[in-house]
Design a protein around this ligand. Structure first.
Ligand code: PEP
Length: 259
């Protein structure tokens, strides 16, 4: 049983794109393009770490209704972790969400489910909402074992996490074969896996909590397919890469998600 009143989340992952002035320009274009966010929709942008403060302040995100998110975090509070960023550092620049477990970090930086588990716990303890990514590679999709694969990631990544509210966690199902490729999963494919993720969340956190946790789809989401995706009962929004780098496209997705 799913709950129909979850707030749709449209989240932009800017990845390693745009220098500081370009990031601030994109942010202010987005703020201008979205003077009002449709009711029932929440908007999030996740710029590169070095741009969080500037995009938040000079780009106008923090004085708008758009939320600010980070793309990565370290679970330790401080210490000799060259190049890393702590939860407290993200708090100090008013970040409210943080992407973890993105397939690019799992693949290029060899991050494991255990790493995601520590990150998720540190973020929730610090009052920042993890956007926990999961998703199967193409060979797993072709072998037909994708539901088991994704649910195992969710279980290992979130086991032992303590939640007092469903708003403390977001999960993003991102099939790797659809990320940045232009190959979108169909809305039915997205629904099938997002519903299975919710069953796994119910096993971890109980049915009531699972019914309130947002499960997003990610992978070549764009203005042309967002409405169909969010119309599915278990798809509560999208994590958007490429299309989030264009203010007009991203704003159009927000408006279509609220229509
Ligand atoms: C992503 O990397 O999170 C993503 C969904 O990218 P894209 O929208 O470009 O496929």
């Amino acid at each position: 049983m799913t709950q129909s009143k979850r707030t749709v989340l449209i989240a932009g992952n800017w990845k390693m794109n745009n220098d500081l002035p370009e990031g601030a320009k994109l942010a202010s274009e987005l703020v201008q393009a979205l003077p009002e966010i449709p009711s029932g929709v929440e908007v999030l942008v996740c710029p590169p770490t070095v741009e969080l403060k500037f995009v938040g302040c000079h780009g106008g995100i923090l004085s708008s209704s758009i939320k600010l998110g980070a793309q990565n975090v370290h679970w330790e509070p401080s210490g000799a972790y060259t190049g890393e960023t702590s939860v407290a550092m993200l708090q100090s620049v008013e970040v409210s969400y943080c992407i973890i477990g993105h397939s690019e970090r799992r693949e290029y930086f060899h991050e494991t489910d255990e790493d995601q588990n520590k990150k998720a716990k540190a973020l929730v303890a610090g009052g920042i909402v993890p956007v926990f990514c999961c998703g199967e590679p193409e060979e797993v999709r072709e072998a037909g074992t994708y539901i088991d694969y994704v649910c195992a990631q969710v279980k290992a990544g979130l086991l032992g996490l303590e939640l007092s509210s469903p708003n403390q966690l977001v999960v993003a199902y991102e099939p790797i074969w659809a990320i940045g490729t232009g190959k979108t999963a169909t809305a039915d494919d997205a629904q099938e896996v997002c519903a299975a993720v919710r069953v796994q969340l119910a096993e971890l956190f109980g049915q009531e909590m699972a019914d309130g946790i947002r499960v997003l789809y990610g992978g070549s989401a764009k203005p042309g397919n967002i409405a169909e995706l969010v119309a599915k009962p278990d798809v509560d929004g999208a994590l958007v890469g490429g299309a989030s780098l264009n203010a007009r496209d991203f704003a159009s997705m927000v408006l279509k998600a609220g229509a």
